[in-house]
Design a protein around this ligand. Structure first.
Ligand code: AMP
Length: 287
């Protein structure tokens, strides 16, 4: 496995691979890798000849300085995990490599309102920052396929939109959420949970499963989206220190809130919850 930090060295190696006829699979990450990330690597390995994982904590997608500073950085452990998975190249650039003209304004991406609800309300500018870095990474790596987790469902929808809108020549592949045995969605932030916070955290997914059941039986039990949101909020709040930031029941294509549960057709329930000071997100898709 090779590690590169410069764009030049990365492109030199990838140009060679392309010349040899290799297809390139790409998994963008911010490091602090866990089994969720590794499932993306595995999928990329299965579908491509050469797999690139980027590790880059993108400063412009953080709207909270403390969150950026506290973001876990575990390069040596990440290296070992990626090597065991058979990843071919880690691209781990410094901030200056990605943002050489530090003070220049960043482009604004048209996202058809997908960036406005949910995360967009509480992390203004976050998705613009994500689009900038993903677009730059696509330009550098030029992957045939790029892999993203359903865990960040709104992000995935936005990347798909950007690809379509800018006619980017890359296939976007969405991958299922990987969970701990007790249901907690794997996240780099989980290592910041105290023992007691970690113990209560599975109630997030348990509540989502209960909400899914209520949606599927919504016509029988006569419940509206507003009532269900309130029920989920009360439920989460009954497990301190869990504190919901947002809970939304939206159409999974438009990400717009729905007026009718419709037995769950094309719906997704998304939420962000504080467990103490750690912000966790999770969702459940209904078909
Ligand atoms: P991050 O390092 O948090 O930016 O995540 C990098 C990629 O891994 C994103 O596409 C995430 O959606 C994905 N990811 C993170 N956690 C999980 C998980 N538990 N299951 C599946 N994919 C995940």
């Amino acid at each position: 496995m090779t590690v590169t930090q410069s764009i030049g060295a990365t492109q030199e190696l990838l140009n060679l691979k392309r010349k040899e006829g290799s297809s390139i699979g790409f998994v963008p990450t911010m490091g602090a890798l866990h089994k969720g990330h590794l499932s993306l690597i595995r999928r990329a390995k299965a579908e491509n000849d050469f797999v690139v994982c980027s590790i880059f904590v993108n400063p412009i997608q953080f709207n909270n300085k403390e969150d950026l500073e506290k973001y876990p950085r575990t390069f040596d452990a990440d290296y070992k995990l990626l090597e065991d998975e058979g990843c071919d190249l880690i691209f781990a650039p410094e901030v200056d490599e990605i943002y050489p003209n530090n003070n220049e304004p960043i482009p604004v991406y048209a996202l058809n309102g997908l960036d406005k609800p949910m995360e967009g309300v509480f992390r203004p500018g976050h998705f613009q920052g994500v689009c900038v870095v993903v677009h730059k990474l696509f330009n550098i790596i030029k992957p045939n396929r790029a892999y993203f987790g359903d865990k960040d469902f709104q992000q995935l929808a936005i990347i798909r939109h950007m690809k379509k809108n800018l006619n980017l020549d890359v296939e976007i592949v969405g991958c299922a959420i990987v969970r701990e045995e007790d249901g907690l969605a794997m996240s780099s932030r989980n290592i910041r949970l105290s023992t007691s916070e970690r113990q209560i955290a599975p109630m997030i997914y348990k509540t989502l499963l209960q909400a899914k059941h209520k949606i599927e039986t919504s016509t029988e039990i006569n419940i509206t989206p507003k009532q269900l949101k309130q029920w989920v909020s009360d439920q989460i709040s009954s497990y301190p220190p869990l504190k919901p930031e947002y809970i939304e029941i939206v159409n999974k294509n438009t990400l717009q809130p729905v007026n009718d549960l419709n037995g769950g057709k094309d719906l997704i329930v998304c939420m962000a919850v504080y467990d103490g000071s750690v912000r966790l997100i999770d969702n459940i898709v209904l078909f």
